[in-house]
Write a new protein. Structure first.
Length: 289
């Protein structure tokens, strides 16, 4: 069995992600900020940027073909102006270099990754259709899967941490197997997402690095991971349950749901407390004045 990742760089796509570069780290943030500010001085381009970064845009571009049509449309002058700049050329060259590194690391470890992943999922009949990975500059810090169809990836942590790229690529790949819009997961994709984290950012990362530590996942999923970890460890040592059965059992687990709801209520109370404290502080400040 295989995981068939097709690493590509598309200039229009890279320019598009630069327009969304709010997660860019320091080495790139100022450059992209200035580039965007310069190009978007033109009010027409400013409007185009707003359209492109709007979530509605991704919804209307509900598949890759539609998205690419939009990104390649002659009307999208904002992208062509970004691509015309010297900074873009530098970003592009560095993206090419990083793509070669990420793809090489993936390919030399692929067998090992698939072997470990099969042991965690307890099946190995993965979807072997090629999945496009649109590589972006590592400093853009972007990792996501659109509609379970294609992956966007580039992270600066991958430059320094062994198997970081590989584990995040597996994480994104898992979003193409356990899809957001799968009716089985209904309104509880957060639970599935936390399980994806335990698989790729947790167990797989530990196995590949032969280490105890794991990658920190999304903050908003901490409460899920906290209560899922004991169940997941139990699952790993039980030979007769595969990952699909494990996900189903978690989704049906009333006690687990109650624990997570309780955490959510606690968070709400803490938030309320924070708000009332800050209100008290502002009152105190007024009094001091
Ligand atoms: Zn994810």
């Amino acid at each position: 069995m295989d995981i068939n990742l097709n690493f590509i760089i598309d200039k229009n796509f890279l320019a598009y992600i630069i327009l969304l570069s709010e997660f860019a780290d320091k080495t790139l943030a100022n450059k992209t900020k200035n580039l965007i500010l310069n190009v978007c001085k033109n009010s027409e381009y400013h409007e185009q940027r707003l359209f492109l970064i709007d979530e509605a845009f991704l919804k209307c571009a509900h598949n890759l073909t539609n998205l690419m049509k939009l990104l390649y449309s002659n009307k999208m002058g904002v992208l062509y102006n970004i691509m015309d700049s010297n900074i873009f050329n530098k970003i592009y060259r560095e993206t090419v270099k990083n793509k070669v590194r990420v793809a090489h690391n993936w390919n030399i470890h692929k067998k090992e990754i698939i072997r470990e992943l099969s042991q965690i999922l307890k099946f190995n009949n993965f979807n072997t259709l090629p999945i496009n990975v649109y590589c972006v500059h590592p400093s853009l810090n972007y990792a996501c899967t659109i509609n379970g169809e294609f992956i966007i990836y580039g992270s600066s942590r991958g430059l320094n941490e062994a198997h970081f790229d590989n584990c995040i690529l597996v994480h994104e790949f898992l979003h193409t197997i356990f899809k957001y819009d799968d009716l089985r997961y209904e309104k509880n994709y957060d639970m599935v997402h936390a399980i994806i984290e335990l698989i790729s950012d947790g167990r797989l990362y530990q196995q590949l690095n032969m280490a105890e530590n794991v990658l920190g996942g999304h903050n908003y999923l901490i409460k899920y991971r906290k209560h899922l970890i004991p169940l997941f460890n139990e699952y790993l040592s039980s030979p007769n349950t595969n990952i699909n059965e494990f996900i189903d059992s978690c989704l049906k687990n009333e006690t687990l749901h109650k624990k997570i709801v309780l955490e959510t209520v606690k968070e709400g109370l803490i938030d309320l407390k924070k708000t009332s404290n800050s209100l008290d502080n502002s009152k105190a400040k007024k009094l001091v004045k």
